[in-house]
Design a protein around this ligand. Structure first.
Ligand SMILES: *[C@@H]1O[C@H](CO)[C@@H](O)[C@H](O)[C@H]1NC(C)=O
Ligand SMILES: *[C@@H]1O[C@H](CO)[C@@H](O)[C@H](O)[C@H]1NC(C)=O
Ligand SMILES: *[C@@H]1O[C@H](CO)[C@@H](O)[C@H](O)[C@H]1NC(C)=O
Ligand SMILES: *[C@@H]1O[C@H](CO)[C@@H](O)[C@H](O)[C@H]1NC(C)=O
Length: 477
């Protein structure tokens, strides 16, 4: 046995003098030589690794990035570089960076055989409805969609956020969306992708790059994109998913007009960028503002702002996309005759039955009816979770839930593992989903069989006479 350290006499090997390699002095020489070799190897490998990281970003050298370039133009500080063009450019359109995009694009993909390729016109949405899904809780955080993100230490800030941008939605997400038979993706994002103002805590322009990459991935899978501004400068509803909880500054209060103007400047940049030919076939819907709180704001001011924003977007050359504005929770009857002159504009009604205390008491049959009752209005947000308000953080972290369910509701069935949902509950969820045109996760809904495996093959055809009574389902959970 050879031990490290000084020995009193030469070691023996089977009673004979030990062979050379067992002898102490030679052993130390050997160890010394090996150590030197090892050090040389380590140094060489280190140098190779360093060279790899210099040229490893697709052959891009750090020397090609000008000193002092902002982080959004320096791929060496990005969390994720997959599928970005890493060649430095400070070129902008509408003041927004092109960095990360390839020069050429290909619009020949189609989501499935029931819809046209991107390069072909979609046609009339009333005749060929869009089947889409939101990538919510991603670039605009929503705590009820990603509760884990709201348990972290805020001081960890930016790197945690960028990791979320880089991992919560990936290329696989869009492949799966395509494979589910869907053809449109609504991507919510907020103004700090573009601009920040004094005092803003937001991570500036990091989400921008992830937004652009997501659009390119949609292109790869033939998916059309609904650009959705969840948070406008000043906040249009004062809710966390608009950027922060607090007062509405957009079109409200002493600086309301200033924030209204900033929100128009934001759309000026954004629409100049998305008027580029590369977006003509893929941006099918351009959203002006998600859920402005018109139940509080001066309706006439919101309508005027919407008219101005629509004109600006068209003037800047976003020619083919339908311009979308939120219905502001006014109820459809209040929209009769409003904004009729706007060219290719659509009203976005969010059918979250749970958010309305009067509606959560609807029984299951009535819910399916409600969801089919509006006719050809665009419904960009809905969810199978509408049957209960049991999702964690749905209304807001720590706010509790809405509606009468707050006291009487047991979330046992709704929050049970999907494997434990009864067949009747699954049938209800599936019909409810199909009627609205997922619980919150489309992916989980698919796995549980409460969403059609292919969105274009619905088993429920909106024939209201066919709605069963679901009488074996308890009306409260
Ligand atoms: C990557 O970006 C650079 C700079 O904008 C551009 O010159 C180059 O053509 C792009 N590469 C590809 C593959 O499009
Ligand atoms: C409207 O603005 C005022 C003044 O800034 C503010 O106190 C109020 O809370 C705002 N209203 C809402 C609903 O946010
Ligand atoms: C559900 O509500 C509708 C309308 O409010 C009512 O006509 C129907 O009888 C109710 N169904 C059940 C099973 O209670
Ligand atoms: C909403 O924002 C407020 C203030 O920033 C915060 O205290 C609250 O926890 C947030 N709610 C969430 C994350 O749901």
């Amino acid at each position: 046995m050879i031990a490290w350290g000084p020995r009193e006499k030469e070691p023996l090997w089977n009673g004979k003098p030990a062979p050379w390699y067992k002898q102490k002095k030679k052993l130390w020489i050997l160890i010394g030589v090996c150590t030197v070799l090892l050090i040389i190897i380590i140094i060489r490998e280190g140098a190779e690794a360093a060279r790899d990281s210099e040229s490893g970003l697709g052959g891009v050298s750090p020397d090609s990035i000008p000193k002092g370039a902002p982080s959004w133009l320096n791929p060496f500080v990005w969390e994720d570089t997959a599928d970005f063009n890493l060649t430095y450019t400070d070129e902008t359109v509408g003041g927004l960076p092109l960095m990360g995009l390839d020069t050429e694009w290909d619009d020949s993909a189609k989501a499935n055989d029931h819809v046209p390729a991107l390069e072909k016109p979609w046609g009339d949405y009333a005749k060929r409805p869009a089947r889409g899904v939101n990538v919510g809780g991603w670039l605009s955080l929503e705590p009820f969609i990603t509760p884990s993100l709201f348990n972290y230490d805020l001081r960890m800030g930016i790197s945690v956020l960028e990791k979320h941008y880089a991992t919560f939605v990936t290329e696989d997400t869009f492949r799966e969306i395509r494979d589910a038979g869907l053809d449109h993706v609504r991507i919510p994002f907020s103004y700090w992708a573009v601009e920040v103002y004094d005092g803003d805590p937001y991570v500036f322009r990091t989400s921008w790059r992830y937004l652009l990459r997501a659009i390119e991935w949609c292109r790869r899978y033939g998916l059309r994109v609904n650009l959705d501004v969840h948070g406008l400068p000043g906040s249009q509803n004062g809710w966390n998913h608009s950027g922060r909880l607090g007062p509405i500054n957009w079109l409200n209060g002493t600086d309301g007009a200033l924030w209204g103007k900033r929100a128009l400047e934001f759309h000026d940049s954004l629409s100049k960028f998305f008027a580029q030919p590369r977006y003509k076939n893929i941006i099918s819907h351009y959203g002006l503002a998600n859920e402005p709180k018109m139940t509080f704001l001066d309706s006439q001011e919101v309508l005027q702002w919407t008219t101005d924003a629509h004109a600006l977007v068209r003037k800047n050359g976003v020619s083919d996309a339908i311009v979308v504005f939120g219905d502001g929770f006014r109820g459809l009857h209040n929209w009769q005759g409003e904004l009729q002159g706007l060219d290719r504009a659509a009203l976005d009604v969010h059918q979250y039955v749970i958010f309305n205390t009067g509606q959560i008491v609807f029984n299951h049959t009535a819910k399916v009816r409600y969801a089919t009752g509006f006719g050809p209005t665009l419904v960009a947000e809905w969810s199978q979770a509408d049957d209960t308000d049991c999702a964690k953080h749905l209304t807001n972290v720590g706010w509790g839930t809405v509606g009468p369910a707050r006291n009487s509701c047991s979330c046992e069935e709704a929050n049970a593992p999907v494997s434990e949902w009864s067949d009747s509950y699954k049938q209800f969820l599936r019909m409810f989903a199909e009627a609205q045109i997922p619980q919150w996760s489309y992916k989980k809904g698919l796995a549980a069989g409460v969403l059609p495996a292919k969105a274009y093959e619905r088993s429920f055809d909106c024939d209201l006479s066919d709605i069963p009574s679901f009488s074996d389902l308890p009306e409260t959970y």
